[in-house]
Design a binder for this molecule. Sequence first.
Ligand SMILES: [Zn+2]
Length: 165
Amino acid sequence: MGKRMSEPERVSVFWSRVERGASRDDCWLWKGGRSGPYGIVQWREHNGVTMPRHAHTIAFLLARGWRPTRVSKLVVRHLCHQPLCCNPSHLRHGSQADNAADDQAVGREARGETQANAKLDDDMVRFMRWEAARGTTHRELAAIAGVARQTASKAIAKKTWTHIR
Ligand SMILES: [Zn+2]
């Protein structure tokens, strides 16, 4: 994706590389470049730097307006277990532990597990507030962050982590 492309242009170029199925349930397969099992796209970040990104994470970004980053310790998971799929309704954020569990037991729903040593950081708190404002439950966010629900609720309600706007 070239530097000079406008936002709508590069979004449309991105989707032109995805073969969309007729129904919402179909997997939408990435037809561009690959790295291992995943689709790869050169994507310009907000700081102007172009980086190779997994195609499905960009599909997630375009559909949801945010994407998990390394800092947030979250990943975009394929509920359909098709690594090339870019159908936003098949993509969901989760922890790396969720993703590993997915790999080990395909088809088993592994969400809701807590990570023993996980704790909040600034980015996770921002993420939880962002998601809570969009309807994700505190219980679900607590599970993703690996903290007690009350801990998550306090952070989301700005009773703790008050240094984050
Ligand atoms: Zn799919």
